[in-house]
Every structure is written in structure tokens, then in C-alpha cells.
Design a protein. Structure first.
Length: 262
């Protein structure tokens, strides 16, 4: 499959999963707590599972030798050269609240390195794509190339995170609060949409913790393709999740790492 054909296939995946998800959005549906009453609340919906079933079926038919890592149904052929990394609804809490900051994440890794990524927000009819070299947005206003904005000063930066309560009590939370205290503005509740807004030049910095590979793999090629940087807090690869920092400007990324690693 050529690069162009692969891109089209990924968009076909996005549209197929979107058709499975949208009937549930802002509607009544079954909700389950994967934490089984523990903390924090970890919701999963019928829409999450329906979308991942669709994605797995299409990938399995087109690429039977590829591996798949998905949030809802685990891993198949995890030692394959190419592995698809799927989060059918990243931002399930936003989804159940009727807020359109959730999205479907479809990533492809080769030898463990994220090489292609797509985020689909079907309610807004937006598709963000990237291959680590370029990134694009296709939406109601048309199609355009994504570029991060230049911002090398923390004091001028707009920072986003899904929820500051997701940082572990103690040193991790203190480091985040120290960084947040140095930026111009912070926004919460953004899930995967914040990373795409970083790629689009609307947000300067995204800092999170406790991520899984399916939360971030698809977003790495989009951010890097738009000119940004995304790593773990220690500066290593973010592909396995954990504590992640993404910045639109390499200078800002370096400044954030210095605060997060005093």
C-alpha cells in the first residue's frame, strides 16, 4: 500500500468509526466504570467498544499481519513490525458530558516508533493527520497545513491539560503546579483536542501524566509534523505514555523540561 493509499485507508477508518460513535453522542447510552467503583472514575461506553470493534475488523482485513493495541480490547500480535494503536474515544468523560473535545485516535507504529497519526472529531467533522514531517487539518472550512506557533517564553505561553487532579499527589503535582504558575494562561478538560490545537498553533504547551500508549501514539506524528516537540518529562520517547510534555516551540519545550526536572 502506497503512502497515499495508507492515508486514505486511515481516513476510511476514521469515517467508519465515526459512524459507529455519533449515534451515541448527546444521547442515552449504557455507561460502565472500569475502575469498578474505585478512584479515579474510569468510564467506558457502548460507543467506545462499538468503534473499536469496527476499527479492528477493518485493520484485520486489510493488514492481517499487523499488530493492534487498543484501549478496550487489548493487544494482538504486539511483536509485529507494524502495530496499530487505537483509542476509539479519547476523552470519554467529555463525551458523556456532551462536550466535543473528545476524538478517535488512530496511530501506526513501526518497530515501536509512531510513524503515522490521525485524530478524528466526527461531530465537528475534523480530521487531523501527520507523519512526523507534515501535518494537515481537513474540516468544514477546507484543508490546510498545520504549523505550531513560535513561543519561546513560558510567561507568554498557553498551557493545556486534561485535569490537574490526574497528577499524582506529591512531587509530580508540585512540578506541574510550578510550571503552571509560570505560564500566561492554562486551560483544563481538553483531552486529545489540546494536542491538535497545539499543532494548529492555538495552544503552546500540553502537559499530562498517567497516559497510556493509545492516548499519545497517534498524536506524536501530528505534533512533530507541525513543527512541535513531544517527549516524556525526562526528555525520552513519549510513545509508551506516562508523563508527557508537548510544545509548539522547541525553546518552550526545553524551558518546560527544566521546570519539570528541577
Amino acid at each position: 500500500m502506497s503512502v497515499v493509499e495508507l492515508g486514505r485507508f486511515m481516513e476510511d477508518l476514521a469515517h467508519a468509526s465515526g459512524k459507529a460513535i455519533l449515534p451515541f453522542f448527546r444521547a442515552q447510552f449504557a455507561l460502565e466504570d472500569k475502575a469498578r467503583g474505585g478512584a479515579p472514575f474510569d468510564p467506558v461506553t457502548e460507543a467506545d467498544r462499538a468503534a473499536e470493534v469496527v476499527l479492528r475488523a477493518l485493520i484485520g482485513k486489510a493488514f492481517p499481519g499487523h499488530g493492534i493495541l487498543g484501549e478496550e480490547f487489548g493487544t494482538e500480535r504486539e511483536d509485529a513490525e507494524c502495530v496499530w494503536v487505537l483509542d476509539p474515544i479519547d476523552g470519554t468523560r467529555a463525551f458523556i458530558a456532551g462536550l466535543p473535545t473528545w476524538g478517535t485516535l488512530i496511530g501506526l507504529t513501526r518497530h515501536g516508533v509512531p510513524v503515522r497519526g490521525l485524530m478524528h472529531q466526527p461531530y465537528l467533522n475534523e480530521i487531523f493527520t501527520g507523519d512526523g514531517h507534515t501535518a494537515r487539518l481537513r474540516g468544514p472550512a477546507g484543508e490546510r497545513t498545520l504549523r505550531t506557533r513560535r513561543c519561546g517564553d513560558l510567561a507568554q505561553a498557553l498551557l493545556a491539560t486534561t485535569d490537574p487532579r490526574l497528577f499524582a499527589d506529591g512531587e509530580e503535582a508540585e512540578r506541574f503546579r510550578s510550571l503552571e504558575g509560570r505560564v500566561r494562561l492554562s486551560r483544563y478538560g481538553t483531552d486529545c483536542y489540546a494536542y491538535c490545537m497545539l499543532a494548529a498553533g492555538q495552544v503552546d504547551l500540553v502537559v499530562e501524566a498517567g497516559l497510556k500508549p493509545y492516548d499519545i501514539c497517534a498524536l506524536i506524528p501530528i505534533i512533530e509534523g507541525a513543527g512541535g516537540r513531544v517527549t516524556a518529562w525526562d526528555g525520552g520517547s513519549a510513545a509508551k505514555g506516562g508523563r508527557v510534555v508537548a510544545a509548539g516551540d522547541p525553546r518552550l519545550h526545553e524551558a518546560a523540561l527544566k521546570v519539570l526536572n528541577p
